[in-house]
Design a protein around this ligand. Structure first.
Ligand code: ADP
Ligand code: MG
Length: 398
């Protein structure tokens, strides 16, 4: 699906409503932890500011469920954004109403206003048309740069687009381009490495990705190995998903996809540091022990599938990486993905998912990947082949 981009939108000197995703982690004292999401919107904001636009930013934070929740106000975000942009960022305590109106009226070219958490109003998640129209009334154009909420049909992600000339921001465009390259026009061979805990999260993706090689690891692989009849000891296995796993394996076989499953595992009786652990072949996990990471033989087995690929996508750690004793497999995997990948002419590499991303940062390879997707659930739905309502709302007629 082709979308209109901010570069096609007349914004010179205009008031522009920008949907951003500033749903950042806050600690108990209300301080911002990781501000990646704020920084990720800066290219779009700077682009608009360079066109002398007035910016009216709208975002959600957390799950206030349609009510005002004091701890979920966006004031800390406004302060951090102001530091990052090195210019004042005004903030109002409601996204609609007289204060917002006065703030919008007083905006000049190059001014920035952050509206209050849009999910304080139940009409946001209900995609109420009147609420959307009222939000749209603040501006003369709409830019959506919140790819990570594009799978939700809410007033600020879909509804407002009906009332204003609309386009995708630069972050949204970057995500669509990179993830789109995993579905169409990709360079082969294409290897997908999928791990994580829950089968249900990844089924649609395993099915839809046009991969030549699918490598499974982590809790996800346990269920597939069990479905092949392997004794997985006390490992995390979703026994209600065994038939689905068998059906997916048959589907991959029929499409000529090479499926690689772990051959060994680091197993332990408990998930904690300093527990006695052992590397054992899958199928020989001691009773009551759990497979908590992939072993060295599995790492050797999956290396060529990654190194020979021209396109690699990775989502979901292959072990309980939160505990250092079981992080080795995921960290080595992350390093293999960027090994000899070169700046150009190398592999096109995409990493998606909060946990795989955390591993990449810990492995020190985050800046060597072609694209790190911050899209979360939206990325997964996109790669499942679903149309995201927030993207559809920006589709160009052509
Ligand atoms: P991502 O955020 O990259 O999409 P997921 O959220 O799907 O990844 O999965 C991450 C979780 O999977 C981590 O909390 C990790 O501890 C867990 N996990 C990985 N391997 C195993 C395993 N063998 N047994 C239990 N949990 C696992
Ligand atoms: Mg996760």
């Amino acid at each position: 699906m082709k979308v209109k981009t901010v570069e096609d939108l007349p914004v010179e000197g205009r008031r522009v409503l920008v949907r951003v995703d500033y749903n950042v982690p806050l600690d108990d004292a209300g301080a911002i932890g990781d501000d990646t999401r704020i920084r990720a919107t800066v290219p779009t904001l700077r682009y608009l500011l360079s066109r002398r636009a007035s910016l009216i930013l709208v975002s959600h934070l957390g799950r206030p469920k349609g009510k005002v929740v004091e701890g979920l106000r966006l004031d800390p975000v406004a302060r951090r954004l102001s530091q990052i942009l090195e210019r004042p960022v005004a903030k109002v305590n409601d996204c609609l109403g007289p204060d917002a109106e006065a703030a919008v009226r007083s905006l000049g070219p190059g001014d920035v206003l952050l509206l209050e958490n849009v999910r304080f109003h139940p009409e946001e998640e209900a995609n109420d048309p009147e609420f959307a129209r009222d939000l749209a009334a603040w501006a003369e154009a709409y830019v959506n740069d919140a790819f990570s909420t594009a799978h939700r049909a809410h007033a600020s992600t879909v509804g407002v687009a009906a009332y204003l000339p609309s386009a995708a921001g630069l972050l949204m465009v970057k995500e669509l381009d990179a993830l789109g390259r995993l579905l169409e026009g990709l360079e082969r061979p294409f290897t997908a490495v999928l791990g994580g805990a829950k089968v249900a999260d990844k089924m649609g993706m395993i099915r839809n990705l046009p991969a030549d090689v699918v490598i499974l690891g982590g809790g996800l692989a346990n269920t597939f190995l069990r479905a092949q009849g392997k004794d997985m000891g006390g490992s995390r296995v979703e026994t209600d998903k065994l038939d689905q796993a068998r059906e997916i394996m048959a589907h991959l076989r029929s499409r000529g996809v090479r499926l690689v499953l772990p051959v060994d595992a680091v197993a332990a009786p408990e998930i904690r540091e300093k527990v006695s652990c052992r590397t054992v072949p899958v199928g020989r996990i001691p009773a009551g022990w759990q497979a908590l990471d992939i072993g060295a033989r599995t790492l050797e087995l999956i290396r060529p599938g990654i190194l020979n690929a021209r396109t690699v996508f990775w989502n979901g750690p292959v072990g309980v990486y939160e505990v250092p004793a079981f992080a080795c497999g995921s960290i080595m995997l992350a390093r293999t993905i960027v090994e000899d990948s070169g700046a150009d002419g190398g592999r096109f590499t995409v990493i998606g998912g909060g946990d795989a991303m955390a591993v990449s940062v810990r492995a020190g390879i985050a800046d060597q990947v072609s694209h790190l997707s911050t899209g979360g659930g939206a990325s997964l739905e996109f790669l499942e082949g679903r149309t995201l309502p927030g993207v559809e709302a920006l589709a160009s007629e052509a």
